[in-house]
Design a protein around this ligand. Structure first.
Ligand code: FUC
Length: 348
């Protein structure tokens, strides 16, 4: 295995670096310290052709100016919070809105827009890039100075493991996710509409017109949200189900996972033969079929369009702070937040 570090760009007189880990089978993961952003994942198809399976850019400017959160780490709190305010121990904290009245993905200039410190750790069968960041008390409205690390680790089993850890000096909220858009066709050749998704999930959260969970759970039985036996994403995109329609055609929903670390999510592109298995310790996954991806720019020479990627954002449910029935994202003072998700690349 080997790892390289190189210059990627510059912002506010600070250098942004790119890191590429390559394993013994030729699989590569490339990320940058700006937003701990995964810019490229090269894996083989069934005839051994290595191609990129995530949406990403080659220049820093594109990451700074694009609002799609390609490959970035999202925090302090992933998803939408509305109203953009919350109470903890009798103190009210206001969060800056950045999508109409909603506070989205940690607010403006949050984790995806900062340059993280980095350390490389090398082993014979695994290489890690460990990113760390000290988020000041009050950053983006959240209380407590927070020490947070994000580690990307690639091994020789073609597994990318993402781990998050955080501790804060005050009681606060924390719910971190990665926002990679997968497209297993390779180099964005096709949309993800014919990708087949299988998920161990009996329930998802109903959304309102502002894409916020209402607090109600919906049973997936007999709906386009039933991925238990596998389904093409196209089915939800073409469906008349009000929940598919209100997100712009497709999915932008938190699914509650029935199982953890048991191949609970599986994405297949049968044409290339690529398969991705996602295993996590998180209670839910936001399935986003890129319904709002705009078509006014290019992604490494490929015209952007709706449904060009699919995000599998393993996390606690969004807006959990406003719904007591949802698993809590409150982190106590000095409590250790930990979360891990494994992305295993295989062939069918
Ligand atoms: C996802 C979605 C949102 C949003 C964003 C870019 O996580 O939940 O609706 O469009 O990413």
């Amino acid at each position: 295995m080997n790892v390289t570090k190189s210059y990627f760009g510059e912002i506010h007189e600070q250098t942004v670096h790119s890191f590429t880990i390559r394993n013994n089978h030729g699989m590569e993961v490339t990320c940058i310290d700006f937003g701990c952003t995964i810019t490229k994942i090269l894996v083989p198809d069934q005839v051994g052709t290595f191609e990129n399976v995530v949406l990403g850019f080659d220049t820093l400017d594109e990451y700074v100016n694009n609002s799609s959160y390609f490959g970035s780490v999202i925090g302090r709190v992933a998803g939408r919070i509305h109203p953009p305010t919350f109470d903890l121990d009798g103190v009210t904290y206001d969060l800056p809105p950045n999508e109409g009245d909603n506070h989205l993905h940690g607010g403006p200039n949050s984790f995806h827009q900062v340059i993280w410190d980095s350390i490389i750790e090398e082993d014979s069968d695994e290489i890690k890039i460990k990113f760390s960041h000290l988020s000041p008390d009050g950053a983006c409205g959240y209380p407590g100075e927070l020490k947070v690390t994000v580690t990307y680790s690639l091994n020789n089993k073609n597994e990318l493991l993402i781990t998050y850890q955080g501790t804060a000096e005050k009681k606060t909220l924390l719910n971190i996710a990665n926002h990679s858009y997968f497209n297993l066709s390779g180099d964005g050749k096709r949309t993800i509409l014919d990708h087949e998704l299988t998920m161990k999930s009996d329930r998802f959260l109903e959304l309102d017109a502002s894409l916020l969970p209402t607090g109600a759970y919906i049973d997936v039985e007999n709906t386009t949200f039933d991925f238990r036996d596998g389904k093409k994403i196209r089915e939800g995109v073409q469906s008349n189900h009000i929940q598919n329609q209100l997100v712009g055609g497709g999915y932008d929903h938190p699914f509650l996972l029935n199982a953890n670390n048991q191949e609970e999510i599986c994405l297949v592109d049968s044409i290339s033969g690529r398969k991705l298995i996602v295993e996590t310790d998180q209670p839910s996954v936001v399935l986003y079929s890129a319904n709002m991806l705009e078509s006014n720019f290019q992604i490494r020479g490929v015209p952007s369009q709706k449904h060009l990627g699919v995000c599998l954002e393993t996390q606690y449910p969004p807006n959990a702070i406003h719904h007591q029935d949802l698993p809590s994202i409150v982190l106590d003072k000095n409590e250790v937040y930990q979360s891990r998700t494994r992305f295993k690349f295989l062939l069918v």
